[in-house]
Design a protein around this ligand. Structure first.
Ligand code: GRF
Length: 217
């Protein structure tokens, strides 16, 4: 049984998707803890309702980034995870944390990386006139929202999209690709070589969601 710790900062819908799929698909794994840097993260309540242990490491209670990093590292290590999954975790992790879990640390980001790392991805995609948007699950490295890509989803950007409508369309696919990636990880189906990730069984590492073609072609 692989042990998964999920880090969140807010709503926790990706965490919920992981927990549900883990149970429904009988992964050889379980989510042993959900840890948030925000005491008021709605996802904590949801995790408790699933009977999952929760913890809070409040970044505001630590004077420096390093001190927060250390406290978070200790909190995560207490659950001896095989995998740490960032799911809407909104703090930048320091090098010590990233190195401690190197190769066992996944993140989901709501853009087609390497485009639009950081915040406000949907607004930036709309401003750039992108016709396609999506999400990426990747191994975490020290560079923000950067690292070997496990799986991506692609959705159309519609002419009348707002940040909210685009975010909702992308989020639906996040709930599909993150569980898929984590399942591959816990089943030992991922090969990481020279910065590239291969799914050993040859399963598709992209999810294309077809949409209505834009008016006027
Ligand atoms: C998701 O869009 C995730 O990709 C991004 O933040 C959002 C978190 O949503 N990093 P939730 O907390 O999983 O509902």
């Amino acid at each position: 049984m692989k042990r998964i710790v999920v880090l969140i900062s807010g709503r926790g819908s990706n965490m919920e998707a992981l927990v549900r799929c883990c149970a429904a698909e009988s992964w050889p794994a379980r989510v042993v803890a959900v840890i948030s840097n925000r005491p008021d993260a709605a996802g904590l309540e949801c995790a408790r309702a699933f009977g999952i242990a929760t913890a809070v490491v409040d970044h505001r209670a630590h004077a420096t980034r390093e001190a927060f990093d250390q406290a978070l590292r200790d909190a995560v290590a207490a659950y001896a995870p095989d995998l740490v999954a960032l799911a809407g975790f909104m703090r930048v992790l320091g090098p010590a944390f990233v190195q401690a879990w190197s190769g066992r640390l996944l993140n989901i980001h709501p853009s087609l990386l390497p485009a639009f790392p950081g915040l406000h991805t949907h607004r930036r995609a709309l401003d750039a006139g992108c016709k396609v948007a999506g999400a990426t699950v990747h191994f975490v490295t020290e560079a923000l929202d950067h690292g070997p890509i496990v799986i991506q989803s692609a959705v159309p950007v519609r002419p009348d999209d707002t940040e909210d409508t685009l975010a909702a369309r992308v989020l639906t696919t996040e709930h599909l690709i993150y569980p898929r990636a984590v399942r591959w990880f816990v089943e030992g189906a991922l090969e990481l070589n020279a910065g590239r990730v291969r799914q050993r069984d040859g399963q598709a590492q992209c999810l294309m969601v077809p949409g209505t073609p834009a008016a006027g072609g």
